[in-house]
Design a binder for this molecule. Structure first.
Ligand SMILES: O=C(O)c1ccc(O)c(O)c1
Ligand SMILES: [Mg+2]
Length: 637
């Protein structure tokens, strides 16, 4: 099976698109007619350029408004088809997509349309080409692949076949199982696209919101399984109309496309092992068991402030790296490494972003398997310099260029802290006298990590986690910052919870963070506690910069949830926020933002509360922005 992508799916002019598509590892392209017409290259030159990139033209499309026309339109449609078949000969492709008609004069009648296609087949034979019929979800008479198939079946011509497009089938809610009865050799071509579940006009949805399989909410895997069960073995081609991708970086969009096709085929074979897919073997996704450590890259000059912040949050320095200026701070099951190296990856991250989370290390069942899966998904590996006797911890490039490491409980990696670190002589005594250092502030583990990015990177990172770990996504939510909207989406796999946050508005807290840290990065880390009030008291005793929440919030939250006024009084005194869902309750407490924009959150989940306190986010953001301004300053910047 050849993997292919339509030129409409990415930005740039035709040569730029071809280059990006070839570099991303595709074998074929669909030439969208507009892209060809807009270029001033001759058809033969385009064909040559495509082949020089090692690509083949899998499809020429679209040919519109063909079937069911009365004269004189009908004769004109055939004359037009002859011209396009001739063009296809010059381009060097043998398949044209005919999408179902939206012509106002088009008439219905399966047999009339079948007759038109039979005659088109005869014409195609004279040019040595073929044509495939695709049901557009908004076609005038044909808008369902089952009807398109009936037309093709009745046309009964070897040069006329069916073209399936996952969007048109799934977008209309048609079960893909209806595909299983179609003979695979009558399916000439398969186009793949996903889309977010947003109710809207089908045409508008299709032309602006399609995304890569695995980035949306449609059951593209179910569709693919049905297609492959027919014995179809032709191209698998992405046809993604998406406003962001049209403006995105061609290389990155094409690479995401290839990743999505690999992940899709991997899902198909895991769901239905009897189906053959064109993929080498690689490990299945495994759920993440936890965050083993986070590393903050900083400088010697800024290190004392970070150390003070961590100490005030109840962390204690417990160990030092054997060869690098890296300190391990611990509390509960949380490990935070502070790296002040002036060489190597952490330093590059610091120079690029300022003080930043440069690494996230995930505990997985098998680190080597996770790295192998990443490689199969075209996620670049990272080789760090390690000294004699130290562990090589597998790493890949993750969000914002940071490193994502994989550690497991095996022979070597299971001894990470013993091999690479030496305990500090006074470990455990740090902060003694202020509060109980051993217990810290009651933080037990990392609840979630919030990664902030440009809005148009969100789909890409959502695909990354979905493909690598089979992560589940919750619906995207809008968070109102006083200066614009921020989109937020949670991805979860096993014990790993990540929120992806993106904003197009430059003055939102998220937008400013991306600008000021020169690219996307971890913006906040949320720690779990079993007792939010004890944590609040401990933080307060340590002089931690707790975010102050206004009185209006508490009056509202008491009324909204019918909370006990005594509880609300405690929350107010401790600046604790509250939310609940059908599963349980949620308490949160925030820090003010640090100079580089990083902040901490402390949460207590009750029952099976599944969210992240999104309803509180606007109030938290406003409070953080207030805390950033000297008292008495007006709201506007
Ligand atoms: O939006 C369209 O018109 C259009 C054209 C060709 C296709 O293959 C398709 O899926 C949609
Ligand atoms: Mg299509």
């Amino acid at each position: 099976m050849l993997n292919s992508i339509a030129t409409v799916s990415i930005s740039g002019n035709l040569p730029v698109k071809l280059e990006a598509i070839a570099k991303a590892g595709f074998q074929g392209i669909e030439i969208f007619e507009q892209d060809f017409i807009a270029s001033d290259l001759s058809p033969a030159d385009v064909g040559r350029m495509v082949r020089d990139h090692g690509l083949t033209i899998t499809l020429f499309q679209p040919f519109r408004d063909f079937e069911g026309l009365p004269e004189p339109y009908r004769a004109r449609a055939f004359a037009r088809a002859a011209r396009k078949f001739d063009l296809m000969n010059q381009l060097g492709t043998d398949l044209m997509l005919v999408c179902s008609s939206v012509h106002p004069a088009a008439m219905g009648g399966i047999d009339r349309m079948a007759q038109d296609f039979y005659e088109l087949g005869e014409l195609a034979a004279r040019f040595g080409v073929r044509a495939g019929f695709e049901a557009l979800a908004w076609g005038r008479h044909i808008n369902d692949h089952r009807d398109a198939w009936e037309v093709v079946r009745r046309a009964d011509h070897p040069r006329i076949g069916l073209i399936l497009d996952s969007f048109h089938t799934l977008g209309r809610g048609i079960s893909p199982d209806s595909i299983r009865a179609i003979p695979g050799d009558r399916i000439f071509f398969v186009q793949l696209a996903d889309a977010p579940a947003i109710p809207m006009d089908l045409l508008y949805w299709s032309r602006h919101f399609r995304n890569m399989p695995g980035e949306g909410d449609l059951d593209v895997t179910g569709f693919m399984r049905a297609v492959l069960s027919t014995g179809y073995s032709g191209p698998l081609s992405l046809e993604i109309f998406n406003d962001q991708f049209r403006a995105g970086l061609p290389r990155l969009v094409a690479l995401d496309g290839h990743r999505s096709l690999i992940d899709l085929q991997d899902r198909v074979r895991r769901a239905e092992p009897a189906l053959t897919v064109d993929l080498p073997h690689f490990p299945a996704p495994a759920p993440v068991q936890g965050v083993e450590f986070l590393e903050i890259a900083t400088s010697e000059a800024e290190q004392p402030a970070i150390a003070a912040f961590l100490a005030a949050a109840g962390f204690a320095p417990v160990a030092r790296h054997v060869s690098k200026p890296v300190t391990r701070w611990s509390q509960g099951a949380v490990n935070i490494l502070v790296n002040t190296a002036v060489t190597g990856f952490a330093h590059t991250a610091y120079v690029t972003h300022g003080t930043t989370v440069s690494e996230v290390a995930l505990k997985v069942p098998d680190a080597a398997a996770a790295a192998e899966r990443a490689q199969a998904l075209l996620i670049p590996a990272h080789q760090s310099h390690i000294s004699e006797g130290e562990l090589a911890i597998p790493a890949v490039r993750g969000h914002g260029g940071s490193l994502l490491r994989f550690v497991d409980g095996g022979e070597m990696l299971g001894r990470l802290w013993d091999v690479d670190f030496r305990p500090l002589p006074d470990a455990g005594k740090a902060g003694a006298g202020k509060a109980d250092a051993a217990a810290g502030a009651g933080l037990t583990r990392i609840d979630h990590i919030a990664q902030t990015m440009a809005h148009d990177e969100m789909l890409s990172w959502s695909l990354f986690y979905h493909a690598l770990f089979d992560a589940r996504r919750s619906p995207m939510v809008d968070v109102a910052d006083p200066d614009g909207l921020v989109k937020s989406q949670a991805v979860e796999t096993g014990a790993l919870r990540i929120t992806l946050n993106g904003s197009e508005a430059r003055h939102t807290l998220a937008g400013r963070f991306v600008k000021e840290s020169f690219g996307s990065s971890v913006q906040h880390i949320a720690f779990a506690t079993d007792d939010i009030f004890a944590t609040a008291a401990s933080l307060s005793a340590r002089g931690f910069p707790i975010l102050q929440i206004g009185a209006n919030y508490y009056a509202d939250v008491e009324a909204r949830f019918g909370l006990d006024p005594a509880l609300v009084a405690r929350m107010k005194a401790a600046n604790v926020l509250y939310d609940e869902d059908a599963g349980g309750s949620f308490f949160q407490l925030y820090s003010q933002t640090r100079p580089e924009g990083l902040f901490f959150e402390f949460v207590q989940r009750g029952g099976n509360y599944a969210g992240y306190g999104a309803p509180n986010a606007p109030f938290r953001i406003s409070a953080q922005k207030r805390a950033l301004r000297p008292a008495g300053m007006p709201q506007a910047e």
